[in-house]
Write a protein that binds this ligand. Structure first.
Ligand SMILES: [Fe+2]
Ligand SMILES: [Fe+2]
Length: 194
């Protein structure tokens, strides 16, 4: 099993690329385009999460796999619902939702994972959740009162990502993974330097 090596700091820096350009002002069409750009990154993030969870659901094996596979499948479906809601909002903002598979992984804040090890699958899913939580939290703060509909949408999705991250952490605890303490320390995206 490979170690817990996903570079969350790099992923989070990528997530912050657009919102670091300064505050938005709702009346400006150019700013609406920036919101669409950020939402398209969120859309790519959700689609990659759908693919990773679905792949994990079909490849998870072992004596402890039952409840874990159920979590993978349930969350794959929830991520798809998130992607749909984000795509809908992009269209409402007169933008174009980007479903191009060629650039999907470049636009996504989270990563695909092709592990065959159950614990590593859960760990990588938890990393992805924490990256999504960190980047959506940043976007919500960035939006402030400027686009309340988009902000409420992301707050709603964020709450679900946090709930799932908690489930994954419980699963890891149940599996007595030795990497757990490391995940709570070094690899915490919320403590990554900005
Ligand atoms: Fe999601
Ligand atoms: Fe998620």
């Amino acid at each position: 099993m490979s170690d817990f090596l996903t570079d969350v700091a790099t992923l989070r820096a990528r997530a912050r690329e657009h919102i670091d350009q300064g505050p938005i002002t709702a009346a400006d069409g150019a700013d609406r385009n920036r919101v669409v750009e950020v939402l398209n990154e969120a859309l790519a993030t959700e689609i990659v999460c759908v693919l990773r969870h679905r792949r994990h659901f079909y490849t998870a094996t072992g004596i402890t796999v039952g409840p874990v596979a159920a979590e993978f499948l349930q969350h794959a479906n929830e991520e798809l619902a998130h992607a749909d809601r984000i795509a809908m909002r992009i269209v409402q903002l007169q933008g174009s939702p980007n479903f191009d598979p060629a650039s999907l992984t470049d636009r996504s804040h989270s990563e695909y994972n092709a592990s065959h090890d159950l614990v590593e699958m859960i760990q990588e899913d938890l990393v992805a959740e924490r990256v999504a939580i960190a980047s959506y939290s940043d976007v919500i703060r960035w939006l402030g009162d400027e686009d309340e509909t988009t902000r409420r949408l992301l707050e709603d999705i964020l709450a679900m990502e946090e709930e799932y991250a908690d489930h994954l952490l419980n699963l890891l605890t149940d599996l007595h993974t030795p990497s757990l303490s490391r995940m709570r320390g070094e690899a915490d995206p919320c403590s990554a330097s900005r």
